[in-house]
Write a protein that binds this ligand. Structure first.
Ligand code: CU
Length: 401
């Protein structure tokens, strides 16, 4: 078994190194800033924008453009243009569509503030409200969240960029009144991309009402930059825009439903696999019908970054019919959307109809983080993954920078 894998690894490694001679690289135009990681012989390159420079109505959080892996274009854009909070009925039925363009400080090492830097020994060099969260009912306010500020750290806005050894991590935090949202993206040497979203807070507003948060990431893949992608549900290619649920044929204890985008000419692609925590909260758990899907594949249109180009705070339902409306998505450019949600539960209110010890314990002020992993597959990833997408070949091209 080992020998069988070993021989093709050597052959492909030689091919890969010759391909790198012709590596592509993004051109970033202000306010974009270029990241090359590692700084010498970069594996990942991209242009990043802080939340207040992101596109879309009321922004789209941390935004990455023209993301290259080993000199090959992967993503035209990755961001999070739709963000919501909704409250359990009985409290006036409040709900909000939050803005995503107001930065708030993280507690970050000076070395990683809006530039690539090494993390201090044993340290988290970009501490968010979500990282600090530690209590079911207490909040910790703004940066530094009632913490002493370590030497070499300060409260700072923008994007923190940490060299984590086998991956690079970008962190931004933004605020919509009492909620503080942490957006992270991690890029691994082996090609994996891991977005994580944390739903935190700065005070106890609505601490006493069970509520949900929903974040929709949006990814514009363009494998090899040829504009001819195909989107699949598991391994079934789709010709027309669609919505989907991650819990069909999957869920806790079951195999996940996955989605992929690939260039059918080269065979290079990425597969999205939900994280275990993504399954913890049922779709449309509130029963209000505002957020009834987990995934969308849409044809891209200029300046279309979501369901509503001109919304206000109270447009708290996501109208998928505005963007998933029968267009062809075969061999073109698509935007895929992936929804994650968390429930902040108050004592004696969940599950509905519970009483006393049958109710879930309050955890409403504990920040919860969720997110999928995106795995490369095809020729550009054959060095790394056996069995399709989820089994790493031991030691293959894994290096520490
Ligand atoms: Cu909350």
């Amino acid at each position: 078994m080992f020998i069988q894998r070993f021989i093709p690894v050597i052959g492909l490694a030689m091919f890969a190194s010759s391909a790198l001679v012709h590596a592509g690289s993004p051109t970033c135009v202000a306010p974009e800033t270029k990241l090359s990681w590692p700084a010498v012989n970069p594996v990942w390159e991209m242009c990043w924008l802080a939340p207040d420079d992101s596109v879309g109505p009321a922004g789209s959080g941390m935004e990455l453009r023209n993301v290259y892996w080993n000199g090959q274009l992967v993503l035209r854009r990755a961001h999070a243009p739709m963000l919501f909070a909704e409250y359990k009925d009985g409290n006036g039925g409040d709900c909000y569509r939050d803005w995503k363009d107001q930065p708030t400080s993280t507690l970050a090492a000076n070395a990683v503030q809006n530039q690539l830097g090494d993390i201090p020994p044993g340290g988290n060099a970009a501490i968010t409200s979500c990282d600090r969260s530690n209590d079911a009912t207490a909040s910790y306010g703004y940066c530094p969240y009632l913490l002493p500020i370590p030497a070499g750290y300060s409260c700072t806005q923008g994007v923190a960029i940490e060299n984590m050894g086998d991956h690079v991590r970008l962190t931004a935090q933004y605020i919509a009144d009492w909620y503080m949202y942490s957006s992270r993206m991690e890029f691994y040497v082996d090609g994996r991309m891991k977005p994580t979203f944390g739903f935190g807070n700065r005070n106890g507003t609505f601490n006493g009402v069970t509520h949900w948060h929903h974040n929709y990431w949006r990814f514009e893949f363009d494998m090899d930059g040829l504009g001819n992608n195909v989107v699949s549900i598991d391994n079934s290619d789709q010709a027309v825009e669609f919505t989907d649920l991650r819990n069909v044929g999957g869920g806790p204890g079951g195999g996940p439903r996955t989605w992929s985008v690939r260039n059918p000419s080269s065979g290079n692609g990425y597969r999205m696999v939900p994280g275990a925590s993504d399954y913890e909260y049922a779709t449309n758990e509130s029963g209000r019908g505002f957020h009834t899907l987990d995934f969308m594949a849409t044809r891209t249109h200029a300046n279309e970054y979501g369901d509503n180009p001109n919304y206000d705070l109270f447009d708290c339902e996501m109208h998928e019919e505005n963007i998933v409306n029968g267009e062809n998505i075969a061999n073109t450019n698509q935007a895929i959307y992936y929804r994650v949600a968390v429930r902040d539960t108050t004592a004696n209110s969940w599950p509905p109809g519970c009483s006393g010890g049958n109710c879930q314990a309050q955890n409403s002020m504990v920040c919860k983080s969720v997110g999928p992993t995106l795995y490369p597959f095809g020729p550009w990833a054959d060095l790394i993954f056996a069995d399709g997408f989820d089994v790493l070949v031991p030691g293959a091209r894994l290096q520490i920078y």
